[in-house]
Design a protein around this ligand. Sequence first.
Ligand code: SAM
Length: 250
Amino acid sequence: MNSDLVTLVSDQSDIKYTEWIAEILGVRIYSESLEDRPVNNTPFFLRVSGNRVQLEFARDKRKPYIPMIAPGFPAKGVDPLLRAIGIRQGIVIDMTAGWCVDASRIASSGCSTIAFENNPLVYVLTQNAIDHCQHSIIRHYLDLRHADSIQTLQSETMDADVIYMDPMFPIHKRDAASPKPITLLRELVNHSRHMQSLDRMFDVAMRSSARRVVIKRPHHQPAIQKGKVGEIKSKQIRYDIYYPGSNIEN
Ligand SMILES: C[S@@+](CC[C@H](N)C(=O)[O-])C[C@H]1O[C@@H](n2cnc3c(N)ncnc32)[C@H](O)[C@@H]1O
């Protein structure tokens, strides 16, 4: 990560934690004291107070973003995501962790969930949310890793029953001013690079030993590849289901 995107400011009460963040982000640490006022003109400030973090916005008046994990189950009926995942025990790999909204729902169902996030700032924020999550089942079953999921699955044999991915949806103009966490994610993540690697991500998942691959798609978008064996629909999204090995040539 680079120092023209984010400035790290700390109250220095948990130096080890701040140093851990600085190393992941690849930036220097500024302290809250007047003598060490950051002179950077970055769009984001990551403020560390004790062992809590918040993301502040230097170029607009948005409220600071305090990362939080609260698994949101639908009030009635079965969660469509969990129906698509299809197991209540076992190992699920989430190749696109983001804020772990989905991964925490999967973990809450009792599946060991390994979630990969390759964006350093998103990783730091989400890990902080997990560390402070009130739900012990999520802290127990959710293992967030700062790594590229494509590279990891290509280089390591990972036993998983299900592989899940939630690629970034195309950006709509109307979303630009939205305070929603997903909009913030789009600001932080290189959308076009992510979209370019989508085929490779799917391919790696389909070559794995998992029994099922699940991809989240917006209703109006086609499946990213042919060969799906099922789909679960909810109001705005669709979960496409594939069986690895079933449509890979060579
Ligand atoms: C649409 S978001 C996922 C949101 C997530 N489902 C949630 O519940 O918050 C996609 C995320 O995948 C991450 N990502 C994209 N490619 C990745 C890769 N190869 N390895 C790890 N993370 C990746 C992006 O940085 C982004 O945070």
